[in-house]
Design a binder for this molecule. Sequence first.
Ligand code: M6R
Length: 617
Amino acid sequence: MCGIVGYVGGERCVEVLMEGLRNLEYRGYDSAGLALAGPDGLRTAREVGPLNNLAGTVGQRDGDFFSMRSGVGHTRWATHGRPTEANAHPHTGGGAPVGPEVAVVHNGIIENHAELRDELRARGFEFRSETDTEVIAHLLGEGVAAGSSLKEALVETLQRLQGSFAVAAVSAAEPETVVAARHQSPLVVGLGEGENFLASAVQALLGYTRRFLFVENGEVAVLTGTSVELSTLDGRPVERDPFEVDWSAEAIELGGYEDFMLKEIHEQPAALQATLAGRLDADGSVDLSELGFDLSGIERIDVVACGTAYHAGLLGKSALERLARIPVEVAVASEYRYGDPVGDEKTLVVAISQSGETTDTLAAVEAARGFGARVLAVTNTQGSLITREADAVLLTKAGPEVGVAATKTFLTQVAALYLLSFGVAEARGARPVEEIKEIGRALRRSPEKVEEAIELLGEPGLMSAAVGVFAGARCALFLGRGQSFPVALEGALKLKEISYLPAEGYPAGEMKHGPIALVDEQCPVVAILGEGTLREKTLSNVEETVARGARVIAVANEDDVAAGRIAQSVLPVPNVPQILSPLVSTVPLQFLAYHVAKARGLDVDKPRNLAKSVTVE
Ligand code: M6R
């Protein structure tokens, strides 16, 4: 995880670095820091805790600090070493008596850092931190002190490293230059006029540019204010066309909302609309020609993903199996990658990742390549690593998601998988065309129905009554059957990640085989009732928990009278066709997690220990 930024060119260096870090804080917020390069040396500032702490320190620096024209910045999610100032990046190397100082920021893990540390210690280097990154700073400083250019020293250093990294560095010896490289961790170059930028992700820089260059694995970038040079580690120049992103800078501002999570919940109708646009016609027919795949040749599908994306995958499986009659397995990517998966070239592997950067999901893709599968990435991030690893990409068009808890990207992932299920169903002739189109027409109504769900939940007192059920709670049990089971898993994940309450998502029918032992007055049950026969069955299971003292919150259709008889609190959702049920039922669970966390005084956008992009395994 961790976010890195770099800038070279003008006097707005500190402003750009701080703004870039602000937009990357979702990647980690254990500490943050800056290093600026000038002809008379480096200036650094580092602080433990959220970026505001660094902003306070930077605000007290003198004019000299703000006149520097190049620098790098970092926001940290701790892997090696606790969140202390000593472990905060940038890390420096060189300096008197051996030569000019360099400063390095790093995202990733250097696997051979212990051996390198021993070797450097034996040569007299002293270590000031517990991080794996400090070895890079010393190797780089040593190279520069020995007379190498910053780029040459970086290349020499990279040849010593094993593991994953995106690194950026500045040196007092070349204050007009920023160098960077990557292997497995993400890095983009932002292109400006008289200035150039670097970042872990495009959203860091949207206030300054929308033109970017990918830096690929094993490439080095050298930036000055007027030039960007890419080359391979063995020195071959790389020519690459820039790409333009269509995200706006406003999309990553709060726009009057108290938190990004709340904003992003409210953006769900628009996000769904954008994801369906151009892919689902008014008559319900689907157009996935953008994939360039012949979907008819596929005989089975493996879905790989982590966290919320895995829950979307479970809903995708249910639609694909029901509509396209194709066998689907859904696997947590970290298990799949080491699980010796079985498949062949008729297997389609669908890798779902909001960020497109999740290490385990990327590794699962690589494992699938091992048996010749075709890979389809479902991602929200244009130009992310997964888009370059996959054979085809189905972009969810949710716009940037800043809150660590995934909301709008979950709904759009589900919608994208539904589109895929229509496409596969059609290609296989699994169902009458008109039947699929009818379901397609229902899906077209998802933005409107999710909007209705948001409005229904806005009724005064509803959410506070639900939050009241959580007073004194020590855990929670989320129950659902069929399509409502993945929704229950997602509701439980949302609650635990932002409110820190232990929460289990369970198939309602399985509850008596263990989890019912949790039930008492301090363990609320959140039941996603759904409709049809499964609703009846779920209701019976909920009755069983009520008999054991459970306090119940029911997510139920707005006209479901029985729900009000067993639940202390009913969160209503509009009546919808079956395919839309998971989409509308997720909304109350997002609000519930949000309000419970707020009532506990927690930061919903930056929950402890988490980061939005998980780039370590
Ligand atoms: O970027 P990805 O979709 O690959 O991320 C996967 C998970 O890390 C992510 O969904 C995580 O579980 C969220 N914080 C859940 O809200």
